[in-house]
Design a protein around this ligand. Structure first.
Ligand SMILES: C[S@@+](CC[C@H](N)C(=O)[O-])C[C@H]1O[C@@H](n2cnc3c(N)ncnc32)[C@H](O)[C@@H]1O
Length: 199
């Protein structure tokens, strides 16, 4: 059902702890056609009023997902999720994920990298929240890889030695064939730039 009106009026009519899920993409205060750009403090106060009402209506097993982007002020960016985060935690909610939505379209910035992402911050009211991972699970990137934690103290090259010994032997042959010191240094820098363990 669609309610074409002010969300605060709708929320006022909703009983306490009766909603399982709240998902919203509220105004970002960037002067879109549907909004008047406000002082950041005024925007935050408005959002806080809506968030508190949503928290009141949320069931103990429920979740709130708040999707926002960046507010731009004189060229400086303010990630709105970071300024809204305390409103949720002060209301007693716990954050479960900060999901990054990355996209390829949008304005082209010339004095900074273009902001091609927004965030969805997901909060729950209690620890007994509903979450069904199986229907949305994605396949493991390295199926069958186990005991990652056992090797977490290793750096990238050591990880390679343990997990890809055949590749490591090949690499050693290459190292032996060229200037060993140069090769080791460049290999290490490649590994440190791309390897999860080195980062
Ligand atoms: C960032 S846009 C989200 C658009 C929506 N996700 C979509 O895909 O169409 C914010 C929306 O919030 C609506 N809005 C702003 N203030 C509102 C209020 N007090 N109550 C209800 N909706 C409001 C605006 O009209 C706008 O459509």
């Amino acid at each position: 059902m669609l309610y074409p009106g002010d969300c605060l009026k709708l929320l006022a009519a909703i009983p306490d702890e009766s909603l399982s899920l709240v998902i919203t993409s509220p105004p970002y205060n960037i002067g879109k056609e549907y909004e008047k750009k406000l002082k950041l403090e005024t925007y935050i106060e408005q959002q806080a009023a809506v968030i508190r009402e949503c928290v009141r209506c949320l069931s103990p097993q429920g979740s709130i997902c708040w999707q926002v982007g960046n507010y731009v002020d004189g060229g400086g960016i303010i990630p709105l999720d970071t300024v809204l985060y305390p409103i949720f935690t002060e209301a007693g909610l716990k954050m479960r994920n900060r999901i990054i939505w990355h996209f390829e379209h949008g304005l082209h910035c010339s004095r900074r990298f273009s902001g091609r992402y927004e965030t969805v911050i997901w909060f729950t009211k209690t620890d007994k929240y509903t979450f069904s991972l199986d229907p949305v699970r994605v396949p493991q990137k390295y199926p069958g890889k186990k005991y990652f934690k056992t090797y977490s103290h290793l750096n990238g090259l050591e990880f390679l030695m343990v997990h890809e010994p055949a590749l490591w032997t090949e690499i050693q042959d290459v190292i032996a064939a060229v200037d060993a010191e140069v090769c080791k240094t460049s290999l290490r820098s490649i590994c440190e730039a791309s390897c999860l363990l080195c980062r």
